[in-house]
Write a protein that binds this ligand. Structure first.
Ligand code: MSP
Length: 498
């Protein structure tokens, strides 16, 4: 891995339903970082994909009366479509039913087996199919036997499995986390995880009898056993790079940043590093843990009927608005809420009024008063420190706040210096024309800087602002960036008219 390379990964969603806003969040956060790295001149490899094995997917296929492979073949395209619609600029998309992935995971299994890291044992305990997770007795008791995330009772299992000796790596993993060699961001999630493993990592079941789990990767040399879906899924971060055969994986591993939701941190901070250490490979540098999106304060769930389709939001307001809301109103490292009303208010207010109108009015004044010609823009005087700092600490919502500080300051500046009044004075005051040119070049220079800062967040808007002002001549046909939409909030113009 050279310094010029950067590898960004996202969790791979299960394909047992349509993609929802939560999946979009993983992709968006990773995309901001990937675009930011590219701006800094890095060569970025950006993995996404889908998790296609496991019982809950097999159950969906059975419901539809089709084979699991046919079912996943019909589903993965929805996630690719989401990635495209979100304008997420990835380099790789992995499917875990892919034959290359399957062979590479079997290789990984064999390496861990050679290292003496497996033993056979009987698993007596609980399982949640929704989480595809083994549940400790303590956790089952705390939740009264019902998964709080899926609202379904845990299954009782008694079966022969292979166990992986994750416990062997407790000290190494704890040290890697404590020393920041594998950073967990934010800090409170790091502390939570360290607390969880303070008595040591438990050995983990990594296979299930084929009769209980038929849809998965067979254990090499033991046809009676199928690999546990997490071993299969976690390995995607390596197999997608061509591990072990194609040596280019070495240019990108270890991942610089792995974006995961808070519910799956324990798999990424516990099992995955143990597998990597078992293979003799370095650990990801940063696990970036985001929170969950709620809807009107409640957990978004199909069963509650408050699930929101990302496609629905994008149809109404466009992808840039979607990116804006979920990157600013959902704190990158914590939970955040969505309501249609708040979304629409942010769209009309911050994107429409603050930014869209600003671009429009500066461009219109340059056209009207200077036939579209901009004087040399002066170097911007804004302090970029807070923005850079927010980006480096992965608080992308704070970075957007900083951009809006500049947007608002420019609006206030224009309201204060009133270029339209300066324009009126040009016939009588010789200095007025130069003053006006200065105001407008300062404004367009600041907008170009805003565009630069928006590149990771709103790439299309950034490009539109850039092409309006960067050439020095404002084109005639500037379209409004964010035309008003009033579906969920009253239109003030309508109230005035009545
Ligand atoms: N297949 C596993 C991940 C394997 S990664 C090697 C999985 N899939 S998932 O579909 O359940 O979740 C995929 C991602 O979506 C996770 O990062 C999860 O946290 C995220 N989200 C699912 N629902 C969410 C919200 N309501 N809000 C934000 N993100 C959430 O787990």
């Amino acid at each position: 891995m050279t310094k010029r390379h950067s590898y960004v990964t996202t969790a791979i969603p299960y394909v047992n339903g349509e993609p929802h806003i939560g999946h979009a969040l993983d992709y968006l956060i990773a995309d901001v970082w990937a675009r930011y790295q590219r701006q800094l001149g890095k060569v970025v490899r950006f993995q996404t994909g889908v998790d296609e094995h496991g019982n809950k997917i097999a159950a969906k296929a059975a419901e539809q009366g089709i084979a699991p492979q046919a079912y996943v073949d019909s589903m993965y395209g929805n996630f690719q479509q989401l990635i495209q619609t979100l304008n997420v600029d990835t380099t790789d998309f992995i499917r875990t039913s892919d034959i290359k992935h399957r062979a590479a995971v079997q290789y990984i299994w064999q390496q861990l087996e050679k290292a003496g890291l497996f033993y056979k044992g009987t698993y007596e305990g609980w399982y949640c199919m929704g989480c595809e997770s083994f549940i400790t007795d303590k956790e089952a008791a705390e939740n009264n036997g019902i998964c709080p995330d899926h609202n379904t009772p845990y299954q009782r299992l008694s079966e022969e499995n292979y166990y992986f000796k994750a416990s062997t790596f407790t000290t190494q993993i704890t040290q890697a986390i404590e020393s920041g060699k594998m950073r967990i961001e934010p800090d409170f999630r790091k502390r939570e995880f360290l607390e969880l493993i303070k008595d040591g990592l438990a050995d983990v079941s990594v296979s299930r009898p084929a009769k209980s789990l038929s849809w998965g990767i067979p254990v090499p040399g033991d046809p009676g056993q199928v690999m546990y879906v997490w071993l299969d899924a976690l390995s995607n971060y390596l197999t997608v790079l061509g591990y072990p055969n194609d040596t280019t994986w070495q240019d990108f591993w270890p991942a610089d940043i792995s974006v995961v939701g808070k519910d799956i941190l324990r798999f990424h901070a516990g099992i995955w590093p143990a597998i990597l250490l078992g293979l003799g490979l370095p650990l990801p540098k940063v696990l970036l843990v985001h929170g969950h999106i709620t809807s009107g304060g409640a957990k978004m769930a199909k069963s509650l009927g408050n699930g929101v389709s990302p496609f629905d939001v994008i149809d109404k307001y466009g992808v840039e608005a979607f990116r804006y809301y979920f990157l600013r109103y959902v704190p990158t490292l914590d939970d955040g809420d969505f309501t249609w009303e708040r979304f629409e208010a942010a769209y009309n207010g911050e994107l429409g009024n603050d930014l869209g109108n600003l671009v429009q009015r500066v461009a219109a004044m340059i056209s009207r008063y200077q036939a579209g010609v901009i004087d040399e823009p002066p170097a911007s005087k804004h302090d970029m420190g807070p923005y850079r700092n927010a980006m480096e600490t992965y608080e992308f919502n704070r970075a957007l706040d900083e951009v809006w500080v500049i947007v608002r300051a420019l609006n206030q500046y224009i309201d204060r210096v009133k270029p339209w009044e300066v324009a009126k004075k040009r016939d009588t005051d010789v200095e007025a024309a130069a003053h006006l040119a200065e105001i407008l070049s300062h404004s367009s220079g600041t907008l170009l800087q805003i565009a630069d800062l928006l590149v990771p967040f709103l790439p299309t808007t950034a490009r539109a602002i850039h092409s309006t002002f960067a050439s020095g001549v404002v084109p005639d046909d500037i379209q409004p960036l964010f035309p008003k939409v009033h579906i969920y909030t009253p239109d003030p113009r309508a109230q005035k008219a009545s």
